[in-house]
Ligand binder design. Structure first.
Ligand code: PLP
Length: 383
């Protein structure tokens, strides 16, 4: 291992109360999940339990191994697995339970682990939103057998695209190391298009140009001129795209070391802005994130609920507010042919309802004034 890679792993490990060699780096977060599942001996026909409010790349990793995703509807307040439904979904084929710290909120993790252990099932935490945050005082990812994280451009800190796994168990680590011997190295072209992505993101993309740039970015990735975060095939089918199982590149490692250094300050800012949003929404008697969840929330984004979401998006674009629309689908961003991912919308009423109502506010902004002004404008749409 070279020294830059070791330094990056050590920086990450510091946040997780772990050792540098508990950290495994990958081209993307989803690749980390796939590697962990493989190291857990997930095979054809196995069942993997996960929340019905996730990113399609999660069930994809399961399907690529021939296993079946088994969804559980979400709890209305935490967006994680509804704990009361968990045991009813466990069968003798269940191999792994995946829980998720959605928008940065961790919940019930120790209870999910407790239930899993009762049935001798392994657990994985999807911490793609929650790196740097804590659950009941311990770093996110501490409770399950393994955790994975993303450093995609709007995750806690960014390497454009990228991800890593945390595994502390010795036996699982040995298996993961073996799985990792099959990783493809990144190519010179990969590194070049990553550099294009960094340039666009840092030199051209300011908040004022957010909407213009989102469009340009989509156009560029459609024409394969930059590294999009998901190739078209990943949201159209559950077939593994070529060159999926790829290791991290030196370009990402360098970017990671640089960007992780700003994380502490960002975590403080995110919580402070979230508090401002909560106070505002509470005063207006709208749905807000209650204070008792703040300790376990790192607020990568601040979720809120609206009616007529498309109209609200249109107003956001006009006000130049960088509004997020994560989970516009229970398996974001899939809109059709849900059966390819073993998903039926009618079985998950809470997730389906929220996927029509949820939007998220940025928490990384220096000044929330324009966002509060925007909230005032859409007051009639707020739920
Ligand atoms: C972003 C994300 C992932 C995947 O991360 P990548 O690094 O893009 O592969 C997985 N799960 C959730 C909930 C995410 O938001």
């Amino acid at each position: 291992m070279n020294t830059t890679e070791l330094k990056y792993k050590a920086e990450i490990a510091r946040y997780l109360n772990a050792a540098a060699d508990d950290i495994f780096l990958y081209w993307k977060g989803r690749v980390a999940l796939y590697a962990i599942l493989k190291a857990m001996d997930v095979h054809k026909g196995d069942e993997i339990v996960l929340p019905a409010f996730t990113c399609v790349v999660v069930p994809n990793a399961i399907k690529y191994l021939g296993a079946n995703p088994v969804y559980i509807d979400i709890d209305a307040q935490t967006y994680n697995i509804d704990l009361t439904q968990l045991e009813s979904k466990i069968t003798d084929k269940t191999k792994v339970i995946i829980c998720q710290n959605t928008f940065g909120l961790s919940s019930n993790v120790e209870r999910i682990v407790e239930i899993a252990q009762k049935y001798k099932i392994k657990t994985i935490e999807d911490c793609t939103h929650g790196f740097g945050g804590t659950y009941k005082g311990k770093p996110n990812g501490s409770y399950c057998d393994a955790a994975f994280y993303s450093t995609q451009w709007n995750k806690p800190f960014s390497t454009g695209i990228g991800g890593f796994a945390l595994v502390t168990d010795k036996e699982l680590k040995t298996k993961l190391e073996k799985v990792n011997t099959n990783l493809e190295p990144s190519t010179a072209k990969d590194k070049f298009s990553l550099s294009v992505l960094y340039f666009v993101r840092e030199k051209v993309l300011t908040d004022n140009r957010y909407w213009q740039m989102v469009k340009l970015y989509r156009w560029l990735s459609k024409h394969k001129l930059v590294q999009g975060s998901s190739s078209g095939t990943e949201i159209e089918s559950a077939q593994m795209p070529p060159h999926y199982f790829k290791s991290i590149s030196s370009v990402q490692i360098k970017k990671g070391i640089y960007n992780i250094s700003a994380l502490d300050e960002m975590l403080v800012r995110r919580k402070k802005n979230a508090e401002t949003y909560s106070n505002y929404l509470e005063k207006k008697e709208k749905t807000f994130v209650p204070k008792n969840l703040f300790n376990d929330h790192s607020f990568l984004k601040y979720p809120f609920l609206v009616k007529e979401r498309n109209e609200v998006m249109r107003i956001a674009e006009k006000c130049k507010v960088p509004l997020g629309e994560w989970f516009c689908s229970p398996i974001h961003p899939v809109r059709k042919q849900f059966e390819q991912w073993n998903f039926r919308e009618c079985d998950f009423p809470v997730a389906t309802k929220y996927s029509n109502q949820i939007l998220n506010l940025p928490t990384d902004v220096a000044d929330v004034t324009p966002i509060l002004r925007f909230l005032e404008k859409i007051e009639d749409y707020l739920l």
